[in-house]
Design a protein. Structure first.
Length: 113
């Protein structure tokens, strides 16, 4: 299964972006999918998770601002990011929980103040 993340960009603080991660095959056999963020010079961390039945969890740093969703029929997960802050800057990736697939290139989000 190949993963392709998209939707990143350059946005002013307070703005919004919607990220999309599309898989080349069904992701329904995976118990959950994660969105990761890798800030410059830092490790890759999970920011949001969604289970196959739609249960969601969030890192404290994004809770109340980010929303993860999935469309199983389209093999796609989404990350709606609102009230973006400069500390949200980084490369965003999706993967299974735990991460078992190739990471791909991710999508770059840059938030400026």
């Amino acid at each position: 299964v190949q993963l392709q993340a998209s939707g990143g960009g350059l946005v002013q603080a307070g703005g919004s972006l919607r990220l999309t991660c599309t898989a080349s095959r069904s992701i329904n056999r995976f118990k959950a999918m994660d969105w990761f963020r890798q800030a410059p010079g830092k490790q890759r961390d999970v920011v949001a998770s969604i289970s196959v039945d739609g249960m969601t969890t969030y890192a404290d740093s994004v809770k109340g601002r980010f929303t993860v969703a999935r469309d199983n029929a389209k093999n796609t997960i989404y990350l709606q990011m609102n009230s973006l802050q400069p500390e949200d800057t980084g490369v965003y990736y999706c993967n299974t929980k735990p991460a078992m697939l190739n990471w791909g290139q991710g999508t770059v989000v840059t938030v400026f103040s």
